[in-house]
Design a binder for this molecule. Structure first.
Ligand code: 13P
Ligand code: SF4
Length: 366
């Protein structure tokens, strides 16, 4: 990966009044016209989301971003791995920029190429004659996407994990899924595996990730021990309290939540699924949602006829998603309009080739 331009400078003073920032940002956006497309993930702050031409969960943004070939510039309102994926799927004439290159993802950081390569070498040696298919969650670095592409695997998102797992199990004997243990377990249950099926691979344990060799030999699911620090703050107790306060409440959670939370909820699904369910449920519904606060708050504002709230009212929103602020967006747009391309996300060509194979496999499954 390489970048050009100032990386994390605070470009527009944070104390410029919001109306002035908005005026400047919209003027720069208008000057860029069709040369620019802005993609926005649902967890972004309200103050920047209004600028998005295309909104979506990570799957839709990959799919629709790849189709937006008319624009030379793609500005991503989201986190680093999403911007990398947009770059991998982009055309040669396109450049991807991210208003803050420090917008990472705790979950994606739970796996790195060195420990995954080591785990792969150990598990394939321990499982002779068994074909293991590696699957990486979209929330992972471009190098891990390239790794799965090169080893017969694919990328998946929370919106298509079930389909990707079924595909992988039709191609091989077992799935090696990283970096989210919880999405992996929730998906395993969805495709019919018992709750306690699967072996957890802990990258901090040198030998076989702490897995029991006999269990490893018998499993169809190997799960990396990684987690999202937002979705693991939701608990079964919060669900019980929500039900005690309102027995008619509908509880919907994201599948990055731990399995007991998914099991206690009424439904689980990707951010796009959660949005759809809020539209479908009738007026007067009481809905409690276990996912990032920015999205839940937007849903609350969008559906004044329904009582929508976050499962954890005291949650800290995803801090990395929140690094994309109006001042940074304004700086980015004004720089682009002035002909200076800043904060480029540019995945190395070799890495891009195999990562694209893995992302294309995912898009083909859809
Ligand atoms: P989605 O795949 O639902 O967009 O989720 C991405 C993410 O980062 C969730 O924490
Ligand atoms: Fe990553 Fe979790 Fe933030 Fe999603 S909510 S971007 S998984 S840290």
């Amino acid at each position: 990966m390489s970048t050009v331009g100032p990386a994390c400078a605070i470009p527009v003073p944070e104390d410029v009044p919001t109306p002035e920032l908005l005026e400047r940002a919209w003027a720069a956006r208008a000057a860029l016209g069709d040369r620019l497309v802005i993609l926005g993930h649902h967890y972004q702050k309200h103050e920047v989301m209004d600028f998005a031409d295309i909104t979506g969960d990570s799957f839709l943004l990959a799919q629709r971003g790849a189709a937006a070939t008319q624009a030379d510039l793609i500005l991503f309102l989201g986190v680093y791995f999403m911007a990398e994926s947009a770059d991998i799927l982009s055309q040669p004439h396109q450049t991807v920029v991210l208003p803050d290159l420090g917008a990472g993802c705790h979950l994606a950081e739970c796996a790195d190429i060195f420990t995954v390569r080591d785990a792969w070498a150990q598990m394939t040696a321990a499982l002779p004659g068994k074909r293991v298919i590696p699957l990486t969650y979209m929330n992972s670095g471009a190098d891990l996407k390239a790794f799965v592409g090169e080893h017969g695997g694919a990328v998946c998102t929370s919106g298509n994990a079930e389909r990707a797992f079924r595909w992988a199990l039709s191609e091989g004997d077992a799935v090696f899924f990283f970096p989210d243990e919880h999405l992996g377990r929730n998906t395993g249950v969805r495709i019919g595996m018992p709750e306690d099926h699967g072996v957890v691979w802990d990258p901090r344990v040198a030998e076989l990730g702490g897995a029991d060799p006999a269990r490893l030999a018998g499993t169809r699911l190997i799960l990396w021990k990684g987690f999202c620090n937002v979705h693991t703050t939701f608990t079964v107790r919060q669900i019980e309290e929500a039900r005690a306060a309102d027995p008619g409440v509908r509880v919907i959670v994201h599948p990055e939540c731990p399995r007991p939370v998914g099991a206690a909820a009424d439904e689980d699904g990707s951010t796009e699924y959660i949005i759809r369910r809020c539209e479908e449920l009738p007026a007067g519904s009481s809905i409690v949602i276990g996912t990032d606060w920015n999205l839940v708050d937007r849903l609350r504002l969008r559906h004044p006829d329904k009582a929508i709230r976050c499962l954890n009212e005291h949650i800290c929103p995803c801090v990395t998603m929140n690094r994309i602020t109006l001042p940074k967006l304004t700086w980015c747009l004004e720089s682009l309009a002035a002909g200076e391309i800043v904060n480029v996300v540019d995945v190395d060509d070799d890495m891009k080739r195999w990562a694209r194979v893995a992302l294309d496999r995912m898009l083909a499954l859809a």
